[in-house]
Write a protein that binds this ligand. Structure first.
Ligand code: NDP
Length: 390
């Protein structure tokens, strides 16, 4: 049977890898239903034509004319603006890849969840800013959430979900990013280009910077807590520079189950797309004889305070992870624009958390999506003030 697939965030790195797997499949295995992008009308139009999609959505209204001109000779339906992202997510699909970057992915992903089908979840920020609300929406709709983040996908593969009491802890691995061995002083002068040069993974710009600050691992810690219903104390992070082991689960009998593979997102994407069957992924195979070493060490939360901040936000609960995420998105954008330095990213996040926690019931569960978006926007304004005042 043909699997109907939609991709939210089709023009990004996860979108590319997903479409690469679909492109290589036998004709008729997949039908691409809808694709979305933010600004990149040219790439969206090219993909829409190549995959004969039904509907495309471009979030940024400035690109409307260009997209309409590019698709003028086709029958492809076009939607523009935020509402169009929801329309794309509402199109009946067996599998939706949620790969918009940042909190912008929350509402479209929730719309896809409401269909009750399979969701490949790459957008970790959804769970960070709306963990309880998001998981409740999944439970209410009966959707199947298939983690795409390689660490969570690894845990999903080795977790004996029917025996939750047998699990002692989850162990998330981290490559450590490009600045793993830099001193605190050296970190102050690293450039945007240095930070975008990830030693192992080829990813979009925002997540690459998050990997360099270790905020990515912090966001993943929060993501894992909601996805697998485990408290902070039962989730550890370990630096594993080779990124061969993508994460592990330790059981109470001392067994540790790990999932391994080449550091290539097409493996977790293929796992989610094919689930519950295994499908081919065109990735380099592990050659154990050539892997001379698998090394591990504890993360340094003094040089990389983002990981500590994320753990604290998870433990504070309520709005704190949403504030952390919003502040981080603003700070990373400012770093990419050259407005702040690398070590300022964590400072902005820390100051925003501090400011936003003063005078409000910080531990409250914001509940409805509108309330979460309100918290997100207020935190962005506070983060912007911190950025200007640095
Ligand atoms: P990219 O930046 O490469 O792509 C992001 C996609 O989202 C693009 O299609 C972009 O459109 C679209 N987009 C950006 N901003 C908005 C917005 N405001 N509204 C609607 N659409 C928007 O990101 P990645 O593919 O790297 O990451 C996507 C998600 O997957 C993130 O949540 C990330 O954390 C997660 N992830 C990514 C991994 C990776 O290897 N890349 C690994 C694990 C998780 P446009 O091209 O027009 O800007």
């Amino acid at each position: 049977m043909t699997k109907r697939v939609s991709i939210l965030g089709a023009t990004g790195s996860i979108g590319d890898s997903t479409l690469d797997i679909i492109r290589r499949a036998e004709p008729g295995v997949y039908k691409v239903v809808s694709l979305t992008a933010n600004k990149n009308a040219e790439k969206l139009a090219a993909l829409a034509k190549e995959f004969h999609v039904e509907f495309v959505a471009l979030a940024d209204e400035a690109g409307a004319k260009s997209l309409q001109a590019l698709l003028a000779e086709t029958q492809i339906e076009i939607g523009i603006g935020q509402g169009a992202l929801i329309e794309a997510a509402n199109r009946p699909a067996d599998f939706t890849m949620a790969a918009i970057i940042g909190a912008a992915g929350l509402e479209p992903t929730l719309a896809a969840v409401a269909q009750g089908n399979h969701i490949g979840l790459a957008n970790k920020e959804c769970l960070v800013c709306a963990g309880e609300t998001f998981m409740k929406a999944v439970a209410d709709s009966g959707a199947t959430l298939l983690p795409v983040d390689s660490e969570h996908n690894a845990i999903f593969q080795v977790l004996e979900a029917d025996q939750p009491d047998g699990v002692k802890r989850l162990i998330l691995t981290a490559s450590g990013g490009p600045f793993r061995d830099k001193t605190q002083k050296e970190l102050q002068s690293v450039t945007r280009e240095d930070a975008l040069n990830h030693p192992v993974w080829d990813m979009g710009a925002k997540i690459t910077i998050d990997s360099a600050t270790l905020m990515n691992k912090g966001l993943e810690l929060i993501e894992a807590s909601y996805l697998f219903d485990r408290p902070s104390a039962e989730i550890d992070v370990i630096i594993h520079p080779q990124s061969i082991i993508h994460s592990m689960v330790e059981y109470i009998d001392g067994s540790v189950l790990a999932q391994m593979g080449s550091p290539d997102m097409r493996t977790p994407i293929a796992y989610a797309l094919g689930w519950p069957s295994r499908i081919n992924a065109p990735v380099e195979r592990l050659d154990f004889a050539k892997i001379s070493q698998l090394s591990f060490f504890d993360p340094d939360v003094v040089r990389f305070p983002a990981l500590r901040l994320a753990r604290e936000a998870l433990e504070a609960g309520g709005c704190a992870p949403c504030v952390l995420n919003a502040a981080n998105e603003q700070a990373v954008a400012a770093f990419l624009d050259g407005r702040i330095g690398f070590t300022d990213i964590s400072k902005v996040v820390a100051k925003t958390l501090e400011r936003e926690s003063a005078g409000r019931d910080y531990g409250c569960n914001p509940g409805a999506v509108e309330a979460i978006i309100g918290v997100d926007q207020a935190a962005r304004r506070t983060a912007d003030e911190q950025i200007v005042s640095l």
